[in-house]
Ligand binder design. Structure first.
Ligand code: UFG
Length: 325
């Protein structure tokens, strides 16, 4: 297929773009490089360095070598939970308004398919774990609220205009794919932070609370390997059906505590990784684990890289390569 990948110079976007190119698709990446990196765009994909707001009409009109795009994978977004609470306008504009521009441009140019990066943050504090797609959506932060708003918009566009749409709700994405991995200017995620300690770029890691109602008192999350996540995007593209908006949770279905993650990082890196207990971080649910039954049944998807040490090892190899270590 001829595919446009917004945000394809970012972490998840670049891994997906790489896998799409390897699978024989024609890929154009649209990225303003505000948080992405030009060298994260895979060989074989073309980069248009521009924002969606300014460029989406021209990019869809141009198509790929003159032929219209068969689909858009929409990764470009603001994604820092803390920042979304302090600067909501950046998220409503940057996520919701920009995505509406994209949806309208796709309608205008007759682009038939959309795969959208949604998030577990659309659910908020769950009543039940594992979380199914039927769970109530009550986001506890602006980031999650904006992603949920886009999901609602996609549902209406699919029903009214025949768009074939799939939203993928990611749980905690981790790991790397060779030279494609996580490198944020501002890092807030657990595994990259812990690996920065192992690299000597940080003194110690802070564990946000050890008095949660979990086995070891620290928060439990569902870490999904970015390559498994990318695989789900390829399947979503193949299964998208005109006039339908399907929503799938993507996690590996297993929870790991913050302490277990730190311990796995110690084992993989051989570094002692000093850890201090710090106060709870506002907005953190105690346990977030996905039920991905729907993705398994309907997309035939199955996560293959579920071992936490393996996920950490891929991230560690990437981190060391970045630092020239
Ligand atoms: N944590 C620490 N110390 C740190 C960083 C994180 O203890 O220095 C803890 C957090 O409190 C949390 C766990 O490690 O319990 C994982 O935190 P991350 O920041 O790595 O990930 P989150 O679970 O907060 O965020 C993920 C996605 C978001 C999404 C959110 C939904 O990365 O995009 O789930 O709640 F919005």
């Amino acid at each position: 297929m001829k595919l446009l990948v917004t945000g394809g110079a970012g972490y998840v976007g670049s891994v997906c773009a790489a896998r799409l190119v390897e699978s024989g698709h024609d890929v154009v990446v649209l990225d303003d490089l505000s948080t992405g990196h030009a060298d994260a765009v895979p060989d074989g994909a073309r980069l248009v360095e521009a924002g969606i707001d300014e460029a989406i009409g021209d990019v869809l009109a141009a198509g790929f070598d003159g032929a219209g795009f068969d689909g858009v994978l929409h990764f470009a977004a603001k994604s820092l939970v803390g920042e979304s609470m302090q600067d909501p306008a950046k998220y409503w504009q940057g996520n919701v308004v920009t995505s509406l521009r994209l949806l309208d441009a796709m309608r205008e140019h007759g682009t038939p398919r959309l795969v959208f990066s949604s998030t577990a943050a659309t659910y908020g504090e769950p009543d039940e774990v594992p979380i199914a797609e039927t769970a109530p959506t009550r986001p506890t932060n602006t980031y999650g609220a904006t992603k949920l708003a886009i999901d609602h918009a996609i549902t209406s566009y699919a029903a009214a205009h025949g768009l074939a749409a799939v939203s993928l709700r990611y749980f905690n994405v981790a790991g790397a794919y060779g030279r494609f991995g996580e490198r944020h200017g501002v890092e807030t995620h657990l595994i990259p932070i812990v690996l920065q300690v192992a690299m000597g770029r940080r003194e110690r890691v802070q564990v946000y609370g050890d008095d949660w109602p979990t086995d070891d008192g620290t928060c439990v999350r569902d870490y999904i390997h970015v390559v498994d996540l990318a695989d789900a995007h390829l399947r979503a593209l193949a299964h998208a059906a005109a006039g339908e908006h399907r929503i799938y949770n993507l996690g590996n279905g297993m929870g790991f505590s913050v302490r277990q993650v730190v311990e796995a990082c110690r084992e993989v890196t051989g570094h002692p990784i000093p850890a201090d207990v710090a106060p709870r971080r506002a907005g953190d649910p105690a346990v977030l684990v996905a039920s991905s039954e729907r993705a398994r049944t309907e997309l035939g998807w199955k996560p293959e890289r579920v071992d936490l040490a393996g996920i950490v090892r891929d991230a560690w190899d990437f981190t060391r390569a970045q630092q020239g270590a």
